[in-house]
Design a protein around this ligand. Sequence first.
Ligand code: TXA
Ligand code: MG
Length: 338
Amino acid sequence: MDTIFKPANEHTILQAAALLRQGELVAFPTETVYGLGADALNEKAVAHIFAAKGRPGDNPLIVHVADKSQLDDLCEVTPDAEKLMDAFWPGPLTILLKKKPAVPDITTAGLPSVAVRCPDHPVALALLRESRVPVAAPSANRSGRPSPTTASHVYEDMNGRIAMILQGGDCRVGVESTVLDMTKDVPCILRPGAVTKEMVISVLGRCTVADSVMRPLKEGEAAPSPGMKHRHYAPRASMTVYIGNREKVIAEICRRYDEAENAVILALDGDIPSFGERHVLSIGTSPEETAHLLFKRLRETDEMGVSLVLAQGWEGEEMVLAVMNRMARAAAFDVIKL
Ligand code: TXA
Ligand code: MG
């Protein structure tokens, strides 16, 4: 299949919307990462998403809408969920709600809940409005690869597999949306993102974070969100993340780098001079910048063919949780505190 690869504009967005209505796959930019979209109510189109990504069929998809009025047929919107939509939509918050029968089982992997989100990106919103269908869209990477934050990342993974890629520049946030379970008594974050626990508490007065967010699942433990049990965000090299005392972290990274055959360092900007002549890629100066850069850097380490990635991590709250959740998974939870 020839994949159309074009900058997003009025004309190409209409073309993409028509393809979605015909049951084809279209990748498009959002504020978090690029999505791989299909008509969420068309079982064949949704099956094609799983095939194009090589995604396990037990991992449900997020349904994207242009605004909350599109949800009536899809899920049961609770008053608390509506408050969150009014506060954070369009934006990087995905909400799990009880699904209605119109949503096919393949979209939710047979679960009784459906994940819904309204993305904060002009191209995504225009596409959702023009297509007039709810759009199921996982991140537009092949399963197991870092999520794509540029159109060329999508091209690397999806060229020849899907009908169209709309180019829309770099994604602002860079890590995927917060996934919040609103089907339980207390709202629970299953995947941390740019809408933080503190922000949910500011609206609803309560919110918890699933404790599996920062550790591997135990043998036989059920994943609260199926995506958590699959290998994720993994670079081809092995990776270790270091947190804690800054001087100790720098010294230990240098020691391991010098011992290794072919390593690269992911360093916070201010510390780059401390690594001297060693091969360093910047991960910015703030947790937000690290979120924005991380997946791009992980893809670069794949291209460079290094065998070891040594990364400086963050400690703290709010956006740090989203960044460290992705870094820890990329490192298969090899996070060392010094
Ligand atoms: O930022 C994002 O959320 C991006 C953009 C494209 O919107 N999408 C994205 O989709 O990251 P995906 O498929 O890569 O991740 C969706 C996550 C998975 O971990 C999945 O298991 C979880 O959401 N999820 C989806 N529906 C669910 C459900 N009904 N119950 C529990 N978890 C669900
Ligand atoms: Mg994904």
